[in-house]
Design a protein. Sequence first.
Lengths: 115, 115
Amino acid sequence: DAGVIQSPRHEVTEMGQEVTLRCKPISGHDYLFWYRQTMMRGLELLIYFNNNVPIDDSGMPEDRFSAKMPNASFSTLKIQPSEPRDSAVYFCASSFLSGSTDTQYFGPGTRLTVL
Amino acid sequence: SQKIEQNSEALNIQEGKTATLTCNYTNYSPAYLQWYRQDPGRGPVFLLLIRENEKEKRKERLKVTFDTTLKQSLFHITASQPADSATYLCALVGAGGTSYGKLTFGQGTILTVHP
């Protein structure tokens, strides 16, 4: 298996622009997680899905952030409009069981820079 | 509020020695605790999981202990090698409430093993 795939790997955009991050989880995994990592706040869970359904989005910082999972093999995280404070590395992870009883497999991340 | 602290931001040791990393938590009742390794520019990689009713878990040169009374986990790497140099993250999985089933990560400890 190729592992969790994320695109793009790097994104540089200007404040106010829409940003869409993409993720393809490992085939057969039922859970998909979106995280954000910064030096100040570390690795934070934003939202997670089970069988394509959002289960907990309490970590989404504000309404500018939205996530979708239209099918088992694809998810997007959208920021509209983007702000400089959104600059971070965004990781997607997937697991077969819930994160509590199974390992999470992380993608390589998307480094987002908002100017 | 819930808090997870990893002993120090950076730990430097000599090759061949045992590295010991600490993860302390407060206001938390974890069901499980996981340790991940993260290399620069990459996503975290799962290493070990230990349950609340387990005291110790081993895997090759790695050993994890979990003391729910002290609210602490220790992560040991024996016979350390320069290739072990990385950031190590502890992550707690909540047993109930709003943290149920979700991974909450510590800030990480940067380990450098000198030849």
